[in-house]
Design a protein around this ligand. Structure first.
Ligand SMILES: [Zn+2]
Ligand SMILES: [Zn+2]
Length: 346
């Protein structure tokens, strides 16, 4: 995640629109840094004050949000609506506290429940998740570490029932500043970006981030369906967002992005490079399970960052498999991949 820190500010008409303000709040998680909330100021004669994303539930984040609002001549009690880019704790954690102070509504994508359930899974979901970890060859010790880490994240939010569930393509009516909801699954199943046509602005959540390629988190399937291929979904979402003629993209972490197409191209290049590396590892290694590939590709990170690491490995293996470049087999409770051919650059 980006650790670049930014300041509280109201943007100018030249940058995008005087309707947009930014308030960073600390996530409190090492390596994650601040998360940006964006404020949409009301049009004259309106009192609709909108906050995109909230920060985590912590006293530090609460203080930063209140201080930031004050610098922008607003108060938390004035917020009429929170709109989420997705339900990760740094974007959603503080929603309930803001609601209690202001009585505001909460609007989020209709898949929000999936991300909440992932943070605090009921017993049957946890059992299925553990089954998948064992299929991928992950040791129990690493699983325990990952579950403890997740419990830390889960303690920084308080789930709040959304007032309204958004669908892909849905317009959010804001006087003089309508937003179009664009569903962009990949980083998580409820991720959306918001497009503001008149000022040509994208609010990109964690879908587009400067200096870092967002992790496309593993998804555990429901019922008998196949596991959703997060990285393949993410690539389709990038292709969906690229044509929007954005002057500026406001990400949830770090400074604004001025050329989102250039950023998307750089993401695609790094995916190509990683596909090639995994392909070479498999060419040498014969049949390998995802954990064995992870240890080769991420010789340090696999011990501390099991979930992001396995998300990367399986995401890229999904692409290789879909392209016919690897074979996959499930035998004796383990999934393994074998090299077939080297993928050409996309
Ligand atoms: Zn996120
Ligand atoms: Zn985030």
């Amino acid at each position: 995640m980006a650790t670049e820190e930014v300041d509280v500010r109201r943007f100018s008409a030249k940058e995008s629109s005087t309707r947009v303000g930014r308030i960073p709040t600390p996530s409190g998680f090492p390596g994650l840094g601040d998360i940006n909330s964006y404020l949409i100021f009301p049009e004259d004669n309106s009192d609709e004050l909108i906050l995109i994303d909230t920060g985590v539930r912590s006293d530090e984040a609460w203080q930063s949000l209140n201080d930031g609002l004050k610098q922008l001549d607003c108060r938390v009690e004035d917020i009429t609506k929170i709109i989420l880019t997705h339900g990760h704790t740094d974007h959603y954690g503080q929603a309930h506290r803001i609601h209690k102070a202001s009585g505001c509504e909460l609007w989020a994508h209709e898949n929000l429940w999936m991300t909440i359930e992932r943070m605090q899974p009921p017993p049957d979901r946890l059992e299925k998740e553990l089954y998948y970890y064992s299929l991928w060859g992950v040791d129990q010790e690493l699983v325990d570490k990952a579950l403890a880490r997740r419990a830390g994240f889960a303690s920084t939010y308080e789930a709040m029932e959304p007032t309204h569930l958004l669908k892909d393509g849905e317009q959010i009516d804001i006087p003089g500043f309508n937003l179009e909801t664009v569903h962009t699954p990949g980083h998580c199943p409820d991720e959306v970006i918001y497009w503001q046509a008149e000022s040509q602005v994208i609010f990109s959540g964690d879908h587009l981030l400067p200096h870092i390629t967002p992790v496309c988190l593993l998804q555990i399937p429901y019922g008998d369906e196949a596991r959703p291929p997060s990285l393949i979904q993410y690539q389709a979402s990038l292709a969906k967002v690229a044509p929007y003629p954005a002057r500026v993209t406001y990400p949830s972490h770090g400074e604004p992005i001025l050329d989102h197409c250039e950023l998307i191209n750089s993401y695609n290049l790094s995916t190509d490079r990683r596909l090639l590396k995994i392909s070479r590892i498999l060419e040498k290694g014969g049949w390998m399970n995802p954990m064995e590939i992870a240890k080769e590709l991420f010789p340090k990170a696999w011990q501390e960052q099991m979930v992001p690491v396995m998300s990367e490995i399986l995401g890229h293996c999904d692409i290789l498999e879909a392209g016919g470049h690897v074979a996959m087999e499930e035998k004796a409770g383990l999934i393994r991949y074998r090299y077939i051919s080297t993928p050409p650059p996309s």
